[in-house]
Write a protein that binds this ligand. Sequence first.
Ligand code: ADP
Length: 328
Amino acid sequence: MKDVVFSGIQPTGLIHVGNYLGAIRKWVALQDRHPCYYCVVDYHAITAPYDPADLPRRTLEAVAANVAAGLDPDRSVIFVQSQIPEHTELCWIFNAVTPVGELQRMTQYKDKARQRRESVNAGLLNYPILQAADILLYRGTLVPVGEDQAQHLEFAREVARRFNALYGETFPEPQVMLGDFPRVLALNDPAVKMSKSVPGSYIALTDEPETIREAVAKAVTDTGPRTGNEMSPGVKNLFDLLGAFSSPDTVRRFQQAYQDGSLRYVELKRVLADDLVSALEPVRRRYRELLARPDDIRDIVRNGADRARPVARATLAEVREKVGILRV
Ligand code: ADP
C-alpha cells in the first residue's frame, strides 16, 4: 500500500526557511510519489492570542505562500482545516480516549504554558489531539515535519493504538519523516529554533532582499573563543543554510577557509545572503502574483476541501459506528 502523506502549517503568510528546510521542501518532493494532504491549520492557530479580523487574510496568505514554495494544487490536496468539520468532531472523540497526564507532559505545551502564564486555554493543552485527528482522518501514514513535532507524532501513534485497542483496528500508526534540516536555528539566538514567533530569528521565503541581507548580517556566529575544530551552533547553522542554498563549490571553499582559520564571517554572510536572495526570488515573485488574484487562492481552498471532504466523511462514519453513536 502506498503511504498517504499528511502535514500541516499554521496560518501566517510568513513561511520561514526553517519551515521550508524542515518540512515544506519534503512536501514538495513527495507530491510526485504519494497521495498528499497539506492543511493550513487555522483551528490550531486560535489557541494562541490572535486578531480575528486578520485571520482570514493570514489563512489565504499561508495557502499562497505554500503554493509559491512549490505545492501544486493539482497534485496535492491543499486545504484549510476549518472547512472540514470532521477534524474537530474526530478530535472530540479522541479527547475521550486520551489521559490528561499525557497532554501535560508534552514539551511544546509546557514551553508555551510557561510563556503565557495567565492565559493557558484548554485548546493549547488539547492541541496534539487535534493534530492526531488531522492526520488520522486521512489515514495518514507519513508525516514530514521538523524535529519540534516529533513528540506530537509519537503521541498521535499512541492515540491510534489506543483507539484501535478499544474499538477495533481502524487507524494506521503514522510515521514521522524528518526533513533534511530538522532543526534550523534562530539567526539571532542559536540556542533556540528559528520561529515566526521570535522576531529577528528568521528569514521568510517572501522577504525582500534588503530584509534578508540585514537578518543574515546580524546572525550570531561565535559566542566565545573557538575550541578545537568544532563549529559553534551559530556557525554550523550558517553552514547548513549555505549547504541548502549555495553551490557545492561555494560550500567547499568556505569549509576549507574554516579549516585553515582564514574564514571571514562577513564574507560568508555576504555570499549566503546573495544566494538566499536569488534562490528565493522566484518564490517571492509567485507569492506576489498569487496575492494579486485572491479569487484564485479561494478556488484552490474550495477545490482542496472538495477533495478532502469525502475521505474525511468516510473515516468519520466508520468511527461513529465503532464508537456506538446513534444513526437514525
Ligand atoms: P512555527 O514553529 O514557525 O510556528 P509551524 O508550527 O507552523 O511553524 O510549523 C510548520 C512546520 O515547520 C512543522 O513541520 C515544523 O516542525 C516545521 N518547523 C518549524 N520551525 C522549524 C525549524 N526551525 N527548523 C525545522 N523545521 C521547523
